[in-house]
Design a protein around this ligand. Sequence first.
Ligand code: HEM
Ligand SMILES: *[C@@H]1O[C@H](CO)[C@@H](O)[C@H](O)[C@H]1NC(C)=O
Ligand SMILES: *[C@@H]1O[C@H](CO)[C@@H](O)[C@H](O)[C@H]1NC(C)=O
Ligand SMILES: *[C@@H]1O[C@H](CO)[C@@H](O)[C@H](O)[C@H]1NC(C)=O
Ligand SMILES: *[C@@H]1O[C@H](CO)[C@@H](O)[C@H](O)[C@H]1NC(C)=O
Ligand SMILES: *[C@@H]1O[C@H](CO)[C@@H](O)[C@H](O)[C@H]1NC(C)=O
Ligand SMILES: *[C@@H]1O[C@H](CO)[C@@H](O)[C@H](O)[C@H]1NC(C)=O
Ligand SMILES: *[C@@H]1O[C@H](CO)[C@@H](O)[C@H](O)[C@H]1NC(C)=O
Ligand SMILES: *[C@@H]1O[C@H](CO)[C@@H](O)[C@H](O)[C@H]1NC(C)=O
Ligand SMILES: *[C@@H]1O[C@H](CO)[C@@H](O)[C@H](O)[C@H]1NC(C)=O
Ligand SMILES: *[C@@H]1O[C@H](CO)[C@@H](O)[C@H](O)[C@H]1NC(C)=O
Ligand SMILES: *[C@@H]1O[C@H](CO)[C@@H](O)[C@H](O)[C@H]1NC(C)=O
Length: 484
Amino acid sequence: MKLTHISLFTASILQSVYGSIFINPPALPALPSAQQAASAAAAAGLNLTNIQGDILLGMKKNKELFFFFKIQDATAFKSHLGADILPLITTTTQIVASSSQLTTLVNIAFSQRGLSALGVTDSLGDSLFSSGQLAGATSLGDQTSNWVPQFAGSDIDGVLLIASDTVDNVNNTLSALQNSINGSISEVYRIQGAARPGDQQGHEHFGFMDGISNPAVDGFSQQIVHPGQTIVPPGIILVGEANDTVPTRPSWAQDGSFLAFRQLKQLVPEFDQFLLDNALSEPNFTLQENAELLGARMMGRWKSGAPIDLTPLADDPVLANDTNRNNNFNYTHPNFDITTDQSHCAFSAHVRKTNPRAGIPGGFPFHIVRAGIPYGPEVTSDESASNTSSTDASLERGLAFVAYQSSIGEGFAFLQKTWANNVNISTYIVDISNDHFCILCSTNNSTGEDPIIGVGAGDGPRHPSGLDPQDATKVITIEKGMFL
Ligand code: HEM
Ligand SMILES: *[C@@H]1O[C@H](CO)[C@@H](O)[C@H](O)[C@H]1NC(C)=O
Ligand SMILES: *[C@@H]1O[C@H](CO)[C@@H](O)[C@H](O)[C@H]1NC(C)=O
Ligand SMILES: *[C@@H]1O[C@H](CO)[C@@H](O)[C@H](O)[C@H]1NC(C)=O
Ligand SMILES: *[C@@H]1O[C@H](CO)[C@@H](O)[C@H](O)[C@H]1NC(C)=O
Ligand SMILES: *[C@@H]1O[C@H](CO)[C@@H](O)[C@H](O)[C@H]1NC(C)=O
Ligand SMILES: *[C@@H]1O[C@H](CO)[C@@H](O)[C@H](O)[C@H]1NC(C)=O
Ligand SMILES: *[C@@H]1O[C@H](CO)[C@@H](O)[C@H](O)[C@H]1NC(C)=O
Ligand SMILES: *[C@@H]1O[C@H](CO)[C@@H](O)[C@H](O)[C@H]1NC(C)=O
Ligand SMILES: *[C@@H]1O[C@H](CO)[C@@H](O)[C@H](O)[C@H]1NC(C)=O
Ligand SMILES: *[C@@H]1O[C@H](CO)[C@@H](O)[C@H](O)[C@H]1NC(C)=O
Ligand SMILES: *[C@@H]1O[C@H](CO)[C@@H](O)[C@H](O)[C@H]1NC(C)=O
């Protein structure tokens, strides 16, 4: 399912309430102040009121509903869009206006099908968007039989993203919206996202802190960039801004972004069991520590968020919580050969596969902003005792993955297809436009697929290597569907 955020809309602050807080565990970068954001945006000529709030900063609420809809009456919906939905759309300006935090935040995005239903005939200049994610499923390595049926169907015209502190608020906002738009859209599918409770807030269901490393958009984030953060020209994320690779876009699409959505089901007890069954063999480590180490090497970060590139053999929770240090690494070290040495981090680790940092000479121009949220309940005691996820659909859990970019083919789809699913590593950048991959390494030895999100050739097992610091050539086989 691919959708676009469009921002032909203007928005004004409607409902505001003091004291409502965003989720912000210490490991995650703090929001800029309104003043910092305003002056940085002005310097770069970005109009934050024209940019929906989820794109650059994320809505960062406890609960977020993804309400996928079909347009029933295009004429009626169009008029409600301007009169009733537009005033509710939360802009980036509103997100950073800390003195008037919104209770409930709303964003909207359309699929190509939805734009067509509304009579929009302009080409947005992104072929993966216009053909839809279903058409590209095979090339992503997906089996559509595993898809939520509604995503494989042809009814989804758009999605409303509604975020708040409570599901009650989300439901109330949705009901009010549905009343005002008078049946001009109908529900196709919904997924209720929720931050995990207590000290797991900000962590995804396997237990790892998520949302640490996102690119900063040049200008907007100039004054608030954290050490190690990649700075990208605005047009890498926002359509129609500087360095957008598509030279002409419809003027109404300016400052929109393509939203790639994935519902990724996670089998948490199975993941934990896999780590124990394949625990590494560091001397003096307990079985539990060797299992933790394997997990950290598969992800590239410890559960706390501390990057293994900086702390390879033991977690460092103080480093993890320090946003001036926890993203400040690039896989280089003094007297260290980045092209062969995997003692700090495996080439196949999820965060290295999806962002090789100094592994690409000269850097890599394309990046995505991630703004997903976990969905589903915590593991139950029954599941934990049996080391098996329940088949009860109400206990399904995973990641409602959201990626924003100005080019799906160079953003989400590139990461999934060309890096995560690729067993090989190459010696040099050849030609990005021709889809070549380019992780610097002096041999052609296989890195294997990304152990978290990769898909094995022919939908078979994944074969990541580099995970065992004692023997980087050791391949750990991960059967299809083992935990993701
Ligand atoms: C259930 C599936 C997934 C899980 C559990 C997961 C988990 C994580 C975690 C824990 C991090 C490190 C924290 C951070 O830097 O924010 C991370 C980073 C990242 N993930 Fe994922 N992720 C998943 C799916 C995906 C997908 C589908 C993609 C894209 C195709 C992706 C792309 C990235 C990127 C680009 C980074 C940042 C890497 C960096 O800049 O260092 N992830 N992910
Ligand atoms: C910024 O965007 C908003 C919303 O589209 C618009 O109303 C406003 O006129 C724009 N401001 C400038 C200075 O262009
Ligand atoms: C919100 O709405 C959903 C769907 O109607 C319902 O299942 C859920 O119980 C509601 N939650 C609350 C807290 O009202
Ligand atoms: C609501 O929709 C019905 C038909 O679907 C229409 O007859 C009615 O006028 C609409 N009401 C409003 C207030 O738009
Ligand atoms: C952005 O585009 C300008 C003009 O084409 C170019 O000089 C510059 O190198 C580009 N910046 C990046 C980071 O690609
Ligand atoms: C294991 O621990 C013992 C006691 O702390 C220490 O003497 C030994 O050097 C350690 N071995 C390794 C390989 O770290
Ligand atoms: C880091 O932050 C988490 C909250 O996300 C907290 O539970 C933990 O105690 C902190 N750790 C340290 C060492 O400060
Ligand atoms: C490449 O693979 C060969 C054969 O398995 C192995 O001997 C060699 O050490 C590997 N090189 C690296 C850098 O991993
Ligand atoms: C990697 O980080 C080191 C240490 O901060 C820095 O000196 C070096 O220039 C960086 N290399 C690249 C290619 O960014
Ligand atoms: C679950 O896994 C643990 C740890 O591997 C093991 O001790 C326990 O026997 C397993 N339980 C079942 C029901 O398989
Ligand atoms: C990976 O490299 C090997 C050896 O060069 C080659 O046989 C294989 O086809 C490559 N696989 C892919 C998916 O490119
Ligand atoms: C890696 O493979 C490429 C293309 O197959 C070849 O040109 C190159 O010599 C190989 N490099 C090494 C170090 O084997």
